[in-house]
Write a protein that binds this ligand. Structure first.
Ligand SMILES: [Zn+2]
Length: 82
């Protein structure tokens, strides 16, 4: 097996640092279903939802979309913007 020296060594300045994507809110079904996928390592609840307008109601769906990021961070990661 051959190993390229350039790949075998760490290249601190060139290796792309992965973007810190903490979580992604997915809204589909024409805005009638939403779920939040958390990408933090070791997250105790990596998927929130799905919340659907049909099952939970439009009000709860809107609240979920508006607040799930902050609610999730506060509940599971003790993070806040302020
Ligand atoms: Zn999380």
């Amino acid at each position: 097996m051959t190993t390229s020296p350039a790949q075998a060594r760490d290249a601190p300045s060139r290796s792309p640092e992965p973007q810190r994507i903490a979580g992604v809110l997915h809204v589909d079904l024409d805005g009638r279903r939403a779920r939040y996928i958390c990408h933090r390592f070791g997250c105790p609840r990596p998927v929130e939802g799905p919340v659907t307008a049909a099952q939970h109601g439009a009000v709860e769906l809107r609240a979920f979309i508006a607040g799930v990021r902050d609610a999730h961070r506060a509940a599971f990661h003790k993070e806040t913007d302020r």
